[in-house]
Design a protein around this ligand. Structure first.
Ligand code: FES
Length: 261
């Protein structure tokens, strides 16, 4: 990697609010430093826009460490851009050093993720899916000693794999059905595999899947685009696990718990 800067042309989706129709706007970036992260490159552009008295580009970010999931955007048609297993904040401009020098940046597009402004979307639907059942009610007190409750390593590892989901929404943006099945199944499974998650396992899957559907996300038809786009490598195996759990839960459904039927 060199220290030489390079030129880029950006086409950025600009939208004043949920009711605006939106459009792409073109920006020339004459000195992109390969050491910059993608968000730093946008910061740089925003500073220039502010100096010129123009409206800066709105985009979400928080940790800038690949942890919080806030920074999702579609870069040249791919959620989080061209580098696999990488969030936008961890994507560096060296990825573009040899081109493409023309980059199209859009928000995550799904009816359940309305655009707030420019590249920032409202992912409150994910919070409501979690509120529907993504928790355990059992009182666990303060943090217990990790080995008090023995859990087979295979199960602990699988629960940890599911818990890696950062709720960024790339799975929804990548899916032709705008399904949030990968997110929902990861959140269901990381609790459903552990002993503390067992008492509410059936109610949890019914309630969370019902909320997923109520938010307007589509169903999973096995395109597996979600798995390919996920910056944390969450496997579609968790969707299969969710569907098995849901089937069992529907057979024993109580009337007062919403379900998908
Ligand atoms: S800003 Fe937190 S994951 Fe990118």
């Amino acid at each position: 990697m060199s220290d030489k800067t390079f030129k880029m042309t950006l086409h950025v989706w600009r939208q004043n609010g949920p009711k605006d129709t939106g459009r792409f706007e073109r920006y020339e970036c004459p000195e992109v430093n390969p050491h910059m992260s993608f968000l730093e490159m946008l910061d740089d552009l925003n500073e220039r826009l502010i100096e010129e008295g123009k409206e800066p580009i709105s985009f979400d970010h928080d940790c800038r460490e690949g942890i919080c999931g806030a920074c999702g955007m579609v870069i040249n048609g791919v959620p989080h851009g061209p580098q696999r297993l990488t969030t936008t904040c961890q994507l560096h401009m060296r990825q573009f050093e040899k081109g493409p020098y023309e980059v199209w940046i859009e928000p995550f597009r799904a009816a359940a993720f309305p655009v707030i402004k420019d590249l920032a979307v409202d992912r409150g639907a994910f919070d409501r899916i979690i509120s529907a059942g993504g928790y355990i009610s059992v009182r666990t007190g303060s943090a217990p000693e990790a080995n008090d409750q023995l859990i087979p390593k295979k199960i602990a590892d699988r629960a940890m794999d599911a818990a890696e989901c950062i709720g960024c929404g790339a799975c929804v943006a990548a899916c032709p059905n705008a399904s949030a099945s990968l997110f929902t199944s990861a959140k269901i499974t990381h609790l459903g595999l552990l002993p503390q998650g067992q008492p509410e396992r059936q109610d949890r899957v019914r309630k969370m899947v019902a909320q997923h559907d109520a938010e307007g996300f589509g169903g999973c038809t096995n395109h597996r685009e979600c798995e390919a786009a996920c910056p944390k490598g969450i496997s579609v195996d968790f969707i299969a696990q969710m569907n098995r759990d849901l089937l069992k839960a529907m057979i024993t459904a109580k009337d007062d718990v919403p379900s998908r039927d």
